[in-house]
Design a protein around this ligand. Structure first.
Ligand code: ADP
Ligand code: MG
Length: 747
């Protein structure tokens, strides 16, 4: 039989096994199966399916071990029946297995027998128990005997003379596959062995020069070794090779998408000396930083092109991204186009409108009394507006009267039509999915694809920028405008030092007395609030009960902060209520804002100088960094206090100390990445399947990802249709329908 990677599996392993593989894992072809890589390798000892943690009740596990003890017992009830209990030798915690067909098994499963066991875990008095698991004797008197499912595997490797071949089982290492109760690791192992026995030599998908230059194992060797190599070094090299394949596949998909976008038609907007953009630049109350000027230079040039800009602007909180976007939008308006600025919350949208109006001054008052010549119409559209007001705004947008339209998700609705949309700015990108921003871009007239600028205050590690956001160019604003004060950050381990929290409240009182303002942040609104914890996956690190904003608001107002003016802010207030609280805080009529993470992004109150984060362990690294960015925005030194009930030597304690130790967002982003699982970073495909990076780690494989990117770019230049590199299309196939989603929302 001659078998190739692209062949369907039923030819090789039979219809029944092939159906099961398809149903449970979506595995259709030989290639799919061989890329269902082992999760790890058992070293002839106990192996739990799911990594290091003990399995939970009902989970499916597989062991390879030796029998330490075998006891025949009798059931209590009539009719009395014999059963066999074996205890494994090396497994910790202790593992026993029970068999009811003792009459047969007691002769086979005797002490010193080496065997595999596979079944559902139960617990009894702390002992892990498998009840009637599948088994296969690997060494001992009953060699080759076992339950049907496993014996079948031995069957499939019959010697030519018809004798059972145990070669496949007599080894030091076994691949352990991601498996299910219906298709166990052993079933996969059997299929893989069958396939590899008949597979033709695999052609290398990468050019020989690349393989040689990177000292890679050949594809043929790697796809075999990752499953069956006995030597750890060989498996390691195989993984390295296949990780590079994966990186190339992913980068090819992204490079192709980006070049596809580049071939679209964009709205050209050459910059002018006599327009609003130039006038705004002249009247700014401050000087742009070198970083802002550099980014603007690039953006200005790209907006003048007939290709749509596709750029992400990353900048530390407070680095002044907004003004960059305002000048870019003004350039578009000067050329006769409209711009949309999409903000994640109503608070932010309203704040943008206010700050854009104040930057533009009379230049934002088109058609209004005192408006300048050629002024821009600025409009705000949010969901909480009255229907009538919304209609008015929509008319201004449709007529083209509004040159800059700021809004929340409300902007995405079908009823919103633009006269001549030329640019979309998305603030705090991670709050929006790609499909949302594309929905907005689709509102352009004709075949024009608007320019796109996405702004994020979350520093994004290079590998994430290259993968999750791989189709966007990136610009970075590293420096903060002059005159900013540093933020000191301290951790408070409340359990160990309860008085420190008292001290924190005192600090707030002192700052307020000196004319400053403060934030107190909690992770939950009230007792009913399960939805607004910082970490979505609650229970990762179990801890003491979590406080709420409502509780704190009352407690602080009657106790430690008595006499100060407190405001309460959270996501369940109405739009009007939120506006009122934010305006009061901004105006200095509220001293202390007790709030949830609704204030996380973008809120700008320079007079706020202290922040106390309660249950700080509930938040991810990047999120804490974001929160902290709300202070230190004015001329006064600021203080951020991260309080937790967890002990200092917990994982959360270490995380908080890391946040306290640096203000460098990129450093923190790398730490954050190290803590996450890749799946959390990458999100889902369009069809809702999780994007799986099988071997590639965004945390560990930076060099590899960068060179895969460079390689993909060079191939695209020379051979965009892959006429000479057909193997790359195959590597890219799993990523072709990739849809990245919110990166940070998963923090
Ligand atoms: P972010 O990048 O976090 O969105 P903003 O755009 O909100 O930051 O800017 C923060 C503050 O800094 C705003 O009050 C803005 O007016 C001010 N700002 C921006 N650029 C400069 C600059 N070059 N010099 C001084 N202040 C600036
Ligand atoms: Mg901002």
């Amino acid at each position: 039989m001659s078998v190739a990677l692209t062949d369907r599996l039923d030819r090789v392993v039979g219809a029944k096994a092939a159906d099961a593989l398809e149903e449970h894992f979506g595995i259709l072809t030989v290639d799919d199966l061989l890329r269902h890589y082992p999760r790890r390798y058992s070293q002839g000892m106990s192996v739990l399916e799911d990594g290091w943690e003990p399995p939970e009740e009902g989970e499916h596990v597989t062991f390879v071990d030796v029998i330490a003890k075998a006891d025949v017992r009798w059931t209590n009830r009539q009719p009395k029946r014999e059963f066999l209990v074996i205890t494994l030798k090396n497994s910790k915690p202790k593992v026993t297995a029970t068999f009811f067909n003792a009459r047969w098994t007691k002769n086979i499963l005797v002490p010193k027998t080496r065997l595999m066991l596979s079944g559902e875990v139960g617990f009894f008095n702390g002992t892990m128990q498998l009840t009637h698991p599948a088994f296969l004797v690997l060494e001992g008197a009953g060699e080759g005997k076992g339950s049907k499912s496993l014996a079948k595997i031995a069957e499939t490797s019959r010697e030519p003379d018809g004798a059972l071949s145990l070669e496949g089982f007599q080894r030091d290492y076994f691949p352990i596959y991601p498996a299910s109760a219906k298709v166990q690791s052993w079933d996969l192992y059997a299929c893989v062995r069958q396939v590899l026995a008949v597979l033709d030599p695999i052609e290398d998908p990468l050019p020989e020069s690349v393989v040689r230059q990177r000292h890679l194992m050949s594809e043929d060797e790697a796809l075999r070794a990752i499953h069956l190599a006995e030597k750890p070094e060989d498996r390691e090299r195989a993984r390295e090779r296949l990780a590079f394949d994966e990186a190339v596949g992913l980068q090819w998909a992204l490079v192709e998408r980006r070049h596809g976008a580049l071939s679209e038609t964009g709205p050209p907007a050459p910059s002018r000396d006599d327009g609003v953009a130039a006038a705004v630049a002249r009247q700014l109350p401050f000087e742009l930083t070198a970083g802002q000027r550099a980014v603007l230079e690039v953006v200005t040039a790209e907006l003048a092109e007939t290709k749509p800009m596709h750029r992400m602007l990353q900048g530390e909180v407070g680095s002044g991204k907004t003004i960059v976007s305002v000048l870019a939008m003004a350039q578009m308006v000067d050329a006769g186009y409209q711009c949309a600025l999409l903000a994640p919350t109503e608070v932010l949208a309203a704040q943008h409108e206010r700050s854009i109006r104040s930057v533009l001054g009379p230049l934002a008052m088109a058609g209004e009394l005192g408006g300048a010549d050629g002024a821009i119409g600025v409009a705000l559209l949010t969901g909480s507006m009255t229907a009538q007001r919304k209609r008015q705004v929509r008319e201004q947008v449709a007529s083209g009267h509004a040159g800059i339209v700021i809004g929340t998700h409300a902007l995405l609705q079908d009823a919103v039509e633009f006269h001549n949309l030329g640019m979309v700015v998305v603030d705090e990108q991670h709050r929006f999915g790609v499909e949302q921003r594309d929905r907005l871009r689709a509102k352009a007239v004709g075949d024009v694809t608007p320019h796109l600028l996405v702004m994020t205050a979350t520093p994004i590690p290079r590998t994430v920028a290259l993968t999750v956001y791989g189709d966007l160019e990136t610009s970075v604003l590293r420096e903060l405008p002059r005159g900013r004060q540093p933020i000191a950050t301290n951790t408070i381990f409340v359990g160990q030092r309860p008085t420190w929290l008292q001290r924190a409240w005192q600090r707030i009182v002192e700052e307020v007395t000196a004319g400053r303002q403060a934030y107190v942040v909690a992770s939950r609104i009230d007792e009913d609030d399960g939805k607004e914890p910082g970490r979505k996956k609650a229970g990762r690190e179990p801890g003491p009960p979590v406080t709420t904003v409502v509780e704190q608001y009352e407690r602080l107002g009657q106790g430690p902060l008595k006499g100060l003016r407190l405001g309460l802010m959270h996501g369940r207030l109405s739009g009007d209520e939120k506006d009122a609280v934010m305006s009061a805080f901004r105006a200095g009529d509220i001293d202390v804002l007790v709030c949830t993470t609704v204030i996380e992004v973008g809120v700008d109150v320079p007079n706020a100088t202290v922040m106390v984060v309660l249950d700080a362990d509930r938040f991810g690294i990047s999120q804490l960094h974001q929160l902290r960015g709300r202070i230190g925005r004015g001329e006064h030194p600021s203080l951020c206090l991260l309080a937790t009930n967890l002990p200092e030597d917990s994982r959360a304690g270490a995380r908080l100390k890391a946040v306290a130790s640096t203000l460098d967002g990129f450093e923190l982003a790398d730490l954050d990445l190290a803590e996450r699982r890749e799946g959390d970073v990458l999100g889902l495909t369009q069809s809702g399947r999780p994007i799986t990076l099988r071997l590639l780690s965004l945390h560990e494989h930076r060099e590899l990802i960068e060179s895969a990117r460079a390689f993909a770019e060079s191939v695209y230049e020379a051979d965009p249709r892959l006429a000479r590199h057909p193997g790359i299309a195959m590597l890219a196939a799993p990523f072709a329908e990739t849809e990245r989603v919110e990166y940070l929302d998963k923090a």
